[in-house]
Design a binder for this molecule. Structure first.
Ligand SMILES: [Zn+2]
Ligand SMILES: [Zn+2]
Length: 382
């Protein structure tokens, strides 16, 4: 084969089976079909959801898959007919873009009538679909390229850095929960949990009108310090205040009107974390559940005492859609918010498995605890 006809290839890390290995292979780089787009990946965040999918024995998907859904990169090639992003901004090769990993049909009951496309019955998502050992291979964020091939895909042009753009997807999760919460000026907001979603919630709540933000974390002082950097007015380390009764009293006293938080976000993936939030929300306030994305069990719940007598709203905020990404973009781009500080590890593609292991076990990587690890496929493998 002559040099001229040689097929260009690039890498993608494919998860071979449930609880399996991320195997890096080389595959032919596709030319985008009409309506499609090839993205050269700059960064992809390693998300707890990826780690969960990796560890889960059966979620009804076809392996191997290419995980990774927090993706920022640049336009490498545009298919015929693609001239703008989702909101009409002109697109050219080299422009930085973010992609909405989930693809919605726009036609089912949930898309068209209920206006909640995140519950689309034909929902699929880059990162788990389609199986990646077949063409076009580049179907997730853990590789050199993403081939954006589904006609319902949503792409947004970004005028920000990759270190901010990589948070577009998690910030869209946060925006969805903020829209549910309807924060008002003067509100006291509690954020339970200081993982990446909790920290982004602190930042977004602060610039969305909350007058006081109280962040609660279990033990990690690095993350609590980050919560202050993101704008939390008060941080509570549960190690310093181990009794729930004491935390309840403290939050009530710290709230601006002395009656508890107007809005509480639970970003912790435990049933008890949700239960504790019931103690922080004031009567007739709002509790938004974001953290229990994975089934973490059952807790006692008293419909009279916990819900009716308090007169509270409890809202589950599930996944995200185009509007949330469009609204998230100015937030991740907002230079008042030190969002890139959440990135503790920037690592090459070959260390994906290692970083997933560290997140799963809660252990340090290279001697530092992970807040957010991002894969940079441009980095040389060590
Ligand atoms: Zn994620
Ligand atoms: Zn649909």
């Amino acid at each position: 084969m002559s040099q001229l006809t040689a097929v260009r290839t690039a890498r993608a890390a494919l998860l071979d089976r449930p609880r399996g290995n991320f195997v890096i292979g080389r595959y032919p780089i596709p030319d985008p079909a009409p309506g499609g787009m090839l993205m050269k990946i700059e960064l992809c965040g390693v998300c707890g959801t990826d780690v969960h999918t990796w560890q889960h024995s059966d979620i009804g998907i076809d392996y191997p898959i290419s995980l990774g859904h927090e993706i920022v990169g640049t336009v490498a090639a545009l298919g015929a007919g693609v001239t703008t992003d989702y909101i009409g901004k002109p697109l050219q090769v080299g422009d930085r873009i973010g992609v909405i990993p989930a693809i919605h049909c726009h036609q089912c009951y949930f898309c068209a009538i209920a206006k909640t496309p995140e519950k689309c019955i034909h929902w699929k998502t880059y990162g788990t679909w389609p199986r990646a050992d077949e063409e076009p291979h580049f179907t997730g964020g853990y590789g050199d390229y993403l081939y954006i091939h589904d006609p319902n895909s949503v792409v947004l042009k970004m005028d920000t850095t990759p270190e901010r753009g990589v948070f577009l997807e998690p910030m869209a999760v946060v925006v969805h929960s903020l829209l549910h919460a309807q924060i008002k000026p003067g509100d006291t907001v509690v954020v339970q949990g200081v993982g990446p979603i909790g920290l982004l919630t602190v930042a977004a709540a602060k610039v969305s009108g909350a007058s006081k933000v109280i962040a609660l974390g279990r033990r990690n002082r690095v993350r609590l310090a980050l919560a202050q950097r993101m704008g939390a007015d008060v941080v509570i380390c549960q190690q310093d205040m181990p009794e729930q009764e004491e935390r309840k009293r403290f939050v009530r006293a710290a709230s601006l009107n002395g009656v508890g938080a107007d809005v509480v976000f639970n970003t912790v993936g435990t049933a008890i974390g949700f239960k504790e939030c019931l103690d922080y929300v004031r009567d007739s306030g709002t509790l938004v559940e974001v953290g229990n994305f994975v089934d973490s069990g059952t807790i006692p719940f008293n419909p009279c005492k916990d819900l009716l007598e308090k007169g509270i709203k409890v809202i589950g905020s599930f996944d995200n859609e185009a509007e949330h990404f469009v609204r998230a973009l100015p937030l991740v781009s907002d230079l008042r918010l030190p969002i890139p500080e959440l990135i503790t590890h920037t690592i090459p593609l070959g260390r994906l498995q290692e970083s997933c292991e560290a997140i799963r076990s809660g252990s340090a990587l290279d001697g530092t605890e992970i807040v957010k690890a991002v894969i940079d496929p441009r980095l040389p493998e060590e």
